[in-house]
Design a protein. Structure first.
Length: 135
């Protein structure tokens, strides 16, 4: 891929939203994803994400399963029902296989157990973005 083509991929709607109620996790994910060249928007709850502009700006949502209030699976269901086109990558420190299966069957692009590798997460985000924005 030419350098110009790589730059085009990274400049097309490259906002990644991160929803996690753990501030240290949000900070760590934000720093790692930003270091890879993406713009990052962080939210501490599903409700905060839904009330923001993040839905329309983001192509990718890195989403914790275990959130207070509306959990990650419920947010995924809400986004699916509303026809929102956003790739979701789940993460969880406590998810069982049934939760993982439900998330993936409902269209999640990935599911990572915490602690997760930033480099693996970024590689997944890049792959998704290239699939969404082929050159």
């Amino acid at each position: 891929m030419l350098i110009e083509e790589q730059a085009a991929v990274l400049t097309r709607n490259n906002v990644v939203s991160v929803v996690d109620d753990d501030e240290s996790m949000r900070r760590m994910l934000s720093r790692g994803i930003e270091a890879a060249g993406f713009e990052v928007a962080v939210y501490n709850s599903a409700e905060e994400f839904l009330s923001s502009a993040g839905i329309g700006e983001s192509e990718c949502l890195v989403l914790d399963v275990d959130l207070p209030g509306m959990n990650g699976i419920e947010l995924q269901q809400h986004l699916n029902e509303s026809g929102t086109d956003i790739s979701i990558i789940f993460m969880s420190g406590y998810a069982d296989e049934l939760t993982k299966k439900r998330a993936l069957e409902a269209g999640a692009a990935g599911f990572f157990s915490k602690p997760l590798s930033i480099s693996t997460l970024v590689a997944t985000i890049r792959t998704l973005q290239q699939q969404l924005n082929p050159i």
